[in-house]
Design a binder for this molecule. Structure first.
Ligand code: CA
Length: 237
């Protein structure tokens, strides 16, 4: 069964789409804002995302960019309002596969969705990809060669540190909990979690290598009581 994520903050449209697509036999998940959308994309791994452009918290543009970067196999159908005409082109430029303008015809939408989904097997699981090269601030990391440099000078990173940066780069700008890291990097299950101090110690060490001021980190920020946020300045800044 193909999986479709519906991202729409307008309840009437969202519920209408849920009804329609459930009747058609798709497996459905919904998100009501951009932040939830990125979370659901990672958890639900949809084949296709119906993505409204104007969303609370994180805009449809940013969600689209995120999906395109991290889940290149996932199709994106943009929903735009009539007065957002100009934005359609931008939508396609940032990687949407198609778009419909609200109010849309149900038949037209279904035809377009089906034509996209014909191109992907329902057994395919869209997998996240990470870029081979990660650059931020004065740091450059090559995940293929396991090489890192800072300010042009080679820098030693441990295997764990490479893994952490790779994982964080797929979740740029989001709050990542210590438990997320323990699962993703250390492979612990929820029932079998060690103390989260393991994570904190590792982050302290990593910060010493990549941050200019470890007391005021700019790259891996602390989110009090929750975890961390990888939100580095662009390369060269
Ligand atoms: Ca909207």
């Amino acid at each position: 069964m193909h999986k479709i994520l519906i991202v729409e903050d307008e309840e009437a449209i969202r519920l209408g789409l849920v009804d329609l697509l459930e009747i058609e036999g798709y497996e459905i998940a919904v998100a009501v804002d951009g932040e939830e959308a990125m979370e659901k994309v990672r958890q639900f791994l949809p084949h296709l995302v119906i993505l409204d452009l104007m969303l609370p918290k994180v805009s449809g543009y940013d969600v689209c960019r995120y999906i395109r970067k991290t889940f290149p196999q996932t199709f994106i159908m943009m929903l735009t309002a009539k007065n957002e005409e100009i934005n359609k082109i931008q939508g396609l430029e940032i990687g949407a596969d198609d778009y419909v303008t609200k109010p849309f015809s149900v038949f037209e939408l279904m035809a377009r969705l089906k034509s996209m989904l014909r191109r992907v097997s329902q057994d395919t699981v869209p997998a996240p990809t990470t870029p081979d090269i990660l650059e931020f601030h004065d740091v450059r990391i090559d995940f293929r060669k396991y090489e890192a440099s800072r300010g042009g000078k080679p820098m030693e990173l441990s295997a764990k540190e490479f893994q952490i940066l790779k994982y964080l780069s797929t979740r740029r700008g989001e709050v990542v909990t210590r438990e997320d890291l323990l699962q993703a990097i250390w492979g612990y299950s929820i029932e079998n979690m060690p103390t989260t101090r393991t994570v904190d110690n590792q982050i302290v060490k990593l910060r010493q290598k990549i941050e200019a001021d470890t007391e005021n980190p700019l790259i891996i920020k602390s989110v009090r009581g929750v975890g961390y946020k990888f939100d580095p300045p662009e390369a060269g800044k």
